[in-house]
Design a binder for this molecule. Structure first.
Ligand code: SF4
Ligand code: SF4
Length: 205
């Protein structure tokens, strides 16, 4: 059987407020489309033209392109109603060794595809990682000009059950940052993000 990454995302639209598009705005990959529907399922074009009584009857539909989603959880954290739940595909650890960062270097922040997974602190102007949103793609490690200034470790993949030994080996490789880093480095730092995106299956072919 072919192992598939599990993209465990649920949306309880009964909690959504009509007019809210916070998740749509939060998604760094533009994968969410929120629409408001009439009781008979027709999309509402001009919400502002409706009165409060009419608005109460409307429903919200949240469409997510799940097959491209790296499960960063930004939408879950930005939703003010607690309507979205996302389980990460990869579990892992990321560390920034700030002592090693060259003054003013932002290469990792620039390459990171997930808004806020890496950020520059207003307090000390240094780079920090926010584990809540990191998808452990490794692009930052490849872009970083200093050996070991960033470490990215993947410890578990959320995938469908497989019994084949060959597939389990392949999955082990996918979880191993050492192997992935080697592979990405071989492709050149400039291509690091593209390679990471492809590997994580969130870029359209
Ligand atoms: S988990 Fe991240 S990438 Fe996926 S839909 Fe939510 S915000 Fe977008
Ligand atoms: S591993 Fe990927 S998602 Fe996480 S901080 Fe680095 S570039 Fe961003």
């Amino acid at each position: 059987s072919f192992p598939l990454l599990i993209r465990d995302i649920t949306v309880d639209t009964s909690k959504c407020k009509v007019g809210c598009i916070d998740c749509e705005e939060a998604c760094p990959l533009d994968l969410i489309k929120v629409t408001v529907l009439t009781p008979d399922g027709k999309p509402v074009e001009n919400l502002e033209a409706l009165g409060e009584a009419e608005k109460k009857k409307l429903k919200v539909n949240v469409e997510i392109e799940k097959d491209r989603c790296p499960c960063c959880r930004l939408c879950e954290f930005k939703c003010p109603e607690g309507a979205i739940s996302v389980r990460k595909i990869f579990t892992g650890k990321i560390r920034v060794n700030r002592e090693k960062c060259p003054e003013g270097c932002r290469d990792c922040v620039d390459v990171c595809p997930i808004t806020g997974a890496l950020y520059v602190s207003e307090k000390d102007g240094k780079v920090y990682a926010d584990e809540r949103f990191c998808v452990y793609c490794g692009a930052c490690k490849i872009a970083c000009p200093v050996e070991d200034a960033i470490t990215v470790e993947r410890t578990r993949i959320n995938h469908t059950v497989v019994r084949s030994g060959a597939w389990n080996k392949a999955l082990e490789k996918l979880a191993s940052p050492l192997v992935v880093t080697k592979e990405l480095k071989a492709r050149g730092a400039v291509k690091a993000l593209e390679a990471a995106e492809k590997r994580m299956q969130w870029r359209k072919p």
